[in-house]
Design a protein around this ligand. Structure first.
Ligand SMILES: *[C@@H]1O[C@H](CO)[C@@H](O)[C@H](O)[C@H]1NC(C)=O
Ligand SMILES: *[C@@H]1O[C@H](CO)[C@@H](O)[C@H](O)[C@H]1NC(C)=O
Ligand SMILES: *[C@@H]1O[C@H](CO)[C@@H](O)[C@H](O)[C@H]1NC(C)=O
Ligand SMILES: *[C@@H]1O[C@H](CO)[C@@H](O)[C@H](O)[C@H]1NC(C)=O
Ligand SMILES: *[C@@H]1O[C@H](CO)[C@@H](O)[C@H](O)[C@H]1NC(C)=O
Ligand SMILES: *[C@@H]1O[C@H](CO)[C@@H](O)[C@H](O)[C@H]1NC(C)=O
Ligand SMILES: *[C@@H]1O[C@H](CO)[C@@H](O)[C@H](O)[C@H]1NC(C)=O
Length: 485
């Protein structure tokens, strides 16, 4: 305990370079589904192995299905050693694997070696995952992020990992950028890296921004400034206070926003959702999470979504697939009552062809998960690739805010998708604005269809016989007339 007080007293923040923040590249990495298929090893369905761990802790969703994923990695320096970490807005701890980790599971990645600037605490660290574990000790070290340096940053040093296979994504750890409340490392041990970074910046520059791209090298992470390729002013963004709830239920844990509706091709709108699990919230709550590959929502809502899209199927595993040619612009209406607007996502993020599309079926970018505890929906990379997002720390006058800037133009992306994927032979989505509710669906089953066919046949038959009767009679009359002349 004495050593903690010591660290708190001597925690100093030294500014290295620019006072205007920095922008660093992020590398997008892929991992193929095959990597997960070890018999008897349960793996996470919608998230990375490593991220799944955090997903499991933060949002508690894991299952025994397999799928590939992608993740975004940045390089940071820990005690002067360069390490690649996944930047994760869905968790709040920093951990890296140490040279004391000698097992096969943590092989093949750069490992942190103890330095003279390392001090170890008496705390141990263990994160239990459905798929495996990370464990070790908690220490303090000099961390450099972009051009900023933090001395005596609390972090976790993993000397053992199980079930993560770090080498497949190539990351040596994870850096969480969510709020202190969702950190696993106790607050008494020290401030999170985000708190320490925010402390560097004046109120106008107290933010970080993510641009998640599609290729391996078109993604950036910025602190205290914007990526000038995309925007030069925070006024370009629609800013909404991070959802915390009110009164007794008020919690500031993740980067959350109210979700009002999901639109399909701007003609159909799904706005009748299952009630929010966040107490006191009138709408579903969406959590922005760079560490999750997909968009995840409650099963009932996701099923209604894919039923509305059409040309889709649900596998026995619960995974949704969609025909690779299905061209639909999906929009998420996000914000509070004053700031809500639609953010459309690229059809490529609705129909993921990343894996090996089988007989024309692609993996849906939107999948069901009822294990989300942090909110109702998780807007992972499939959503985040379509917006430029700023995350603002609290100021004297404002609570933390999320800024969103739309990057996907619905018309040009749909046209490009259609020319790449080819003709969509399935029925188009009906063009009338409609509200879907879960109770309102009437599906025709086989007996009903049979019944309708029989009744129709009967009516057609009756009409035909009436026509025939009239014809015979008419002919008879004509003949009668002719014999009269
Ligand atoms: C840690 O030390 C080993 C052995 O000296 C070295 O090979 C490795 O590159 C070091 N790790 C880092 C991240 O520098
Ligand atoms: C590795 O273990 C040794 C012995 O327990 C310890 O002194 C050293 O600090 C550890 N290294 C790291 C990077 O945790
Ligand atoms: C990892 O570190 C913890 C805590 O320092 C220790 O109890 C454990 O034995 C270490 N495990 C390995 C594999 O070195
Ligand atoms: C880990 O991932 C690599 C690269 O994707 C793969 O070749 C290897 O078989 C995996 N190892 C284990 C133990 O899962
Ligand atoms: C931001 O400013 C720079 C330098 O003036 C300019 O090159 C760039 O195009 C601007 N970016 C945007 C998105 O307008
Ligand atoms: C973002 O939305 C604005 C306002 O609706 C629109 O003018 C702009 O073209 C959109 N940006 C893109 C890239 O589609
Ligand atoms: C969505 O709109 C586009 C452009 O209007 C159209 O070509 C496409 O067929 C529509 N998709 C569906 C599934 O109705």
């Amino acid at each position: 305990m004495a050593s903690f007080l010591c660290h708190l007293v001597f925690l100093s923040l030294a500014l290295l370079a620019s006072a205007n923040g920095f922008t660093v590249p992020l590398k997008r990495v892929h991992r193929s589904p095959a990597d997960f298929s070890h018999p008897g090893t349960p793996t996470c369905r919608w998230a990375t192995a490593t991220i799944c761990a955090f997903l499991y802790i933060s949002v508690g969703t894991c299952s025994d299905h397999t799928y590939g994923f992608s993740a975004y990695i940045a390089h940071i320096s820990v005690g002067g050693q360069k390490l690649g970490v996944i930047l994760d807005t869905g968790s709040s701890d920093l951990w890296v694997v140490s040279s004391n980790c000698t097992g096969i599971d943590c092989s093949g990645v750069a490992k942190y070696n103890a330095t003279s600037s390392l001090s170890l605490s008496s705390y141990n660290f263990k994160l239990a995952y459905l798929i495996g574990t990370v464990s070790g000790s908690i220490g303090f070290e000099t961390i450099t992020l972009g051009s900023y340096q933090i001395t005596a940053q609390v972090f976790a040093i993993a000397n053992e990992t199980r079930g993560l296979n770090l080498s497949s994504a190539g990351n040596s750890g994870i850096m969480g950028l969510s709020f202190p409340l969702s950190a696993a490392i106790p607050a008494t041990a020290g401030k999170t890296i985000l708190e320490n970074m925010f402390a560097y910046f004046d109120e106008a520059h107290r933010f970080f921004a993510f641009r998640l791209g599609r290729s391996s090298d078109d993604s950036t992470f910025s602190f205290g400034q914007l990526d000038s390729m995309l925007s030069n002013s925070t006024n370009d963004f629609t800013r909404t206070a991070v959802y915390t709830g009110t009164g007794r239920h008020s919690t500031l844990d993740y980067w959350k926003l109210p979700l009002h509706a999901i639109t399909l091709n701007s003609s159909t709108s799904i706005s009748s959702f299952t009630p929010s699990r966040v107490s006191g919230s009138a709408t579903p709550i969406a959590v922005l999470d760079t560490g999750t590959t997909f968009i995840l929502g409650p099963t009932k809502d996701v099923d209604a979504f894919w039923a509305a899209v059409g040309a889709s199927r649900k596998l026995g595993s619960g995974q949704w697939e969609v025909q690779c040619t299905r061209a639909v612009a999906v929009g998420f209406v996000l914000g509070d009552e004053h700031t809500k607007r639609e953010y459309v996502i690229d059809p490529e993020d609705v129909s993921l062809a990343d894996g090996s599309p089988e007989e024309g079926w692609c993996t849906g970018g939107i999948q069901a998960s009822d294990g989300v505890n942090s909110g109702d929906w998780i807007l992972g990379d499939a959503f985040l690739r379509n917006v430029y997002v700023t995350h603002h720390g609290a100021t004297a006058h404002q609570p933390p805010q999320i800024g969103l800037l739309n990057l996907t133009d619905p018309h040009s992306t749909l046209a490009r998708f259609q020319s790449e994927r080819g003709h969509d032979s399935s029925d188009p989505i009906s063009g009338h604005p409609q509200v879907y509710s879960h109770q309102g669906h009437t599906h025709l089953n086989a007996p009903a269809i049979c019944g309708i066919v029989l009744v129709s046949a009967f009516i057609v038959g009756a009409l035909l016989s009436l026509v025939a009767q009239w014809y015979m009679q008419h002919r008879y009359n004509v003949r009668k007339d002719s014999t009269m002349s």
